[in-house]
Design a binder for this molecule. Structure first.
Ligand code: SF4
Length: 228
């Protein structure tokens, strides 16, 4: 009996996704061996990220440029296989010019370490590069203006896994209106061979401490998928 027919629907979906990714990976290895993979040839993500960062430093693509202190581009290892994506910079991130340096960032660092993930395993950025005043929700026109920057970062980094932090980043990346509690912990295909694993935003876990375990569980899943 084929293995798929003995699985529950969600297991079946996971199995099909795994098989699909294995095929894409094998095909990519085949192209690499023959020097036909254009993406591998172009790889110098560090330089490309730096150049891209410089090119948008003075961006005035939406009204948030008026109130920002710094444009918060991203941080981490440009060769990382895991990319974490949050919503937008907060007050401390805006002041420092680096994402996830405030209380939510500290909680995230703690849970990443508990899940066995190291700083060099990740790159982290937000959907919006400038802070919405008072940490209000991003507006549709701000997302429309800024999302191409995140997509470009993803294109340069080409991570194996994107872990979207919270409802906002998850809905934007998956183009869905579904809530984060039903999406979290369920891997989905983002494009070609990149999977998204949605999880809770660490800031939400500060206000709901019982959610901390769910965040940890999802990060452990990310770690397993990376090794799998
Ligand atoms: S939020 Fe994005 S689009 Fe708006 S000014 Fe900042 S970098 Fe430009």
């Amino acid at each position: 009996m084929p293995i798929h027919s003995r699985l529950r629907p969600e297991e079946k979906q996971g199995e099909i996704l795994r098989e699909y990714l294995n095929i894409v990976r094998s095909f990519r290895q085949y192209l690499d061996k023959r020097g036909l993979n254009q993406r591998s040839k172009d790889e110098d993500p560090e330089r490309r990220l730096k150049e891209f960062h410089s090119s948008i430093l003075t961006c005035r693509g939406c009204s948030l440029y008026r109130t920002r202190t710094h444009l918060v581009f991203g941080r981490g290892n440009s060769g990382a296989k895991i990319m974490l994506v949050g919503e937008a910079p907060g007050r401390e991130e805006d002041l420092e010019g680096r994402p996830f340096v405030g209380a939510a960032g500290k909680l995230l660092a703690q849970e990443l370490a508990r899940a066995g993930l190291r700083n060099e395993d990740i790159y982290i950025a937000n959907v919006l590069k400038c802070r919405p005043p008072g940490n209000r929700d991003p507006l549709p026109e701000e997302i429309e203006a800024c999302l191409p920057y995140l997509k470009r970062q993803i294109g340069i980094l080409h991570p194996r896994i994107i872990c979207s932090l919270g409802k906002f980043a998850t809905q934007v990346l998956l183009s869905t209106q579904q809530g984060i509690t039903s999406l979290r912990g369920k891997p989905q295909l983002y494009e070609e061979d990149i999977i998204i694993i949605p999880t809770l935003h660490p800031a939400a876990c500060i206000y709901n401490p019982s959610w901390g375990n769910l965040l940890l569980r999802d990060l452990e899943l990310v770690k397993r998928k990376l090794s799998g």
